[in-house]
Design a binder for this molecule. Structure first.
Ligand code: 3PG
Length: 421
């Protein structure tokens, strides 16, 4: 069996294959390097083995079918995938497994995956999705971007202090308060005390404003414990749950999404994604992680900002494509609401909404709690920036009659390169 068995003579049937698209850097011709990936990730190894049967060779070889420049596509037969028990981890072990270390490649980046309907049908996806979350907040008609805040400092506050910040943000107009990705159950802010205090504060805020406000409680933990923690959180009044899906792993999220008793939206943070996504030559494109997060059941997912503190200047078009993919049809799975987070302040609202769309959560931490007059004014300034954008008004015009926005613009301007003084 030579490498030729890993090359397709005709275009593969997309119903019978999972299609994976790679960008490859190699001293060998790209076609040959891609065939080595196909071999390693299906039925081959570095040499021929006597144990390969005719059936295995005929039915289970992954095949390279399209090579253009450094891009190569590989069709993996659907039989290679076990979605019942292996699930997303086993899909990744194939399409994003050993290949990253192959010496024949200098670098390789998994750019995209196309799933056959039979694979997608094993996943339930988001329980609520864009429309479900909008329905809960009553924004289905006006379609404005949702406003979230990350409590800052990201760690250190006590439960009562956290609740006070949440209350102020709620009265200022946020739709969602979220824990930061590094806060779970540290001694200075135990999870259950925090949940109790924050929900009490938000109930009070709802009583005063008539608005529902989500609190995304960070329950990141292993898949073996996460549903127990989630159930306890729901018993104690949680109305949204958050998971760091890359550090915890997709199965932690999926376990929550597929548990019928967990009937609150799931907010997915992507901390650590950049270890895989940032290097443009090697690793995994965020597009792939976002598709997997949708399969696993994220209702909301961090995908990046058009202007902010994270990522690269030239990736706006890519983020926008990821967001479109998350909202587009996918074999009956509900659309995911993308979240733009990291360095957002009122002056960056128009740029982010124009580039990323209105079906989005704009999260601001420093851009709310760093307002000269504090959290409530900071949340108001963000809402005013959103309102201005929805009305088609410029921020500077709107700021003439809205003091909180004016003060925010005076402090941060409309640029993304604000630094500590
Ligand atoms: C996040 O979770 O995205 C960050 O904590 C955002 O915080 P920032 O708005 O202060 O940059």
């Amino acid at each position: 069996m030579g490498l030729d068995v890993f090359f397709a003579k005709e275009f593969p049937d997309p119903e019978q294959h999972l299609l994976a698209h790679y960008r490859i850097e190699s001293d060998e011709p790209i076609e040959r390097a891609a065939m080595k990936i196909a071999a390693e990730e299906s039925i081959g190894t570095w040499t021929e083995v006597k144990t390969t049967t005719t059936r295995v060779r005929r039915d289970l070889a992954a095949k390279v079918y399209n090579v253009k420049g450094r891009m190569a596509s590989i069709a993996f037969p659907i039989e290679l995938f076990d979605v019942q028990i292996g699930g997303i981890p086993s899909i990744l072990s194939i399409v994003a497994g050993n290949l990253f270390g192959l010496r024949a490649l200098r670098a390789v980046r998994l750019m995209d995956l196309e799933f056959p309907p039979d694979v997608v049908s094993h996943f339930k996806g988001p329980k609520f999705g864009v429309e479900g979350v909008r329905r809960m907040l009553g924004t289905g008609r006006d379609r404005r971007p949702h406003l979230g805040t990350i409590v800052k400092p990201k760690v250190g506050l006590t439960p009562r202090e956290t609740a006070k910040v949440a209350y102020e943000a709620a009265l200022g107009g946020v739709d969602m308060i979220k824990d930061d990705e590094t806060l779970v159950n540290q001694k200075f802010c135990p999870l259950w005390d925090r949940l109790h205090e924050v929900m009490e504060a938000l109930d009070k805020a709802t009583g005063e404003t008539g608005r529902k406000i989500f609190y995304a409680l960070n329950i990141t933990t292993g898949a073996d414990r996460i549903t127990d923690v989630a159930e306890k959180a729901l018993e104690n009044g949680a109305n949204m749950l958050m998971v760091d899906i890359i550090t915890a792993g997709f199965p932690s999220l999926q376990a929550l999404a597929e548990d019928p008793s967990i009937d609150v939206p799931l907010h997915a943070h992507r901390a650590m994604h950049a270890a895989m996504t940032r290097n443009r030559e090697h690793g995994i494109h965020m597009n792939v992680l976002a598709k997997l997060a949708r399969l696993a059941g994220a209702d909301q997912l961090h995908t990046g900002t058009a202007a902010g503190k994270m990522g690269e200047e030239n990736e706006v078009a890519e983020i926008s494509r990821i967001n479109e993919m998350l909202r587009a049809p996918m074999n009956g799975l509900k659309p995911v609401l993308p979240a733009a987070s990291g360095g957002i302040h009122p002056g960056l609202v128009p740029e982010n909404v124009e580039a990323l769309g209105r079906d989005i959560v704009l999260n601001a931490g420093g851009g709310i709690h760093g307002h000269p007059r504090g959290t409530r004014a900071g949340a108001r300034a963000m809402r005013q920036a959103i309102d201005a954008h929805m009305m088609g008004a410029s921020l500077s015009d709107y700021a003439e009659k809205h003091v909180e926005l004016r003060e925010a613009l005076q402090l941060w301007g409309t640029r993304q390169d604000y630094r500590y003084a």
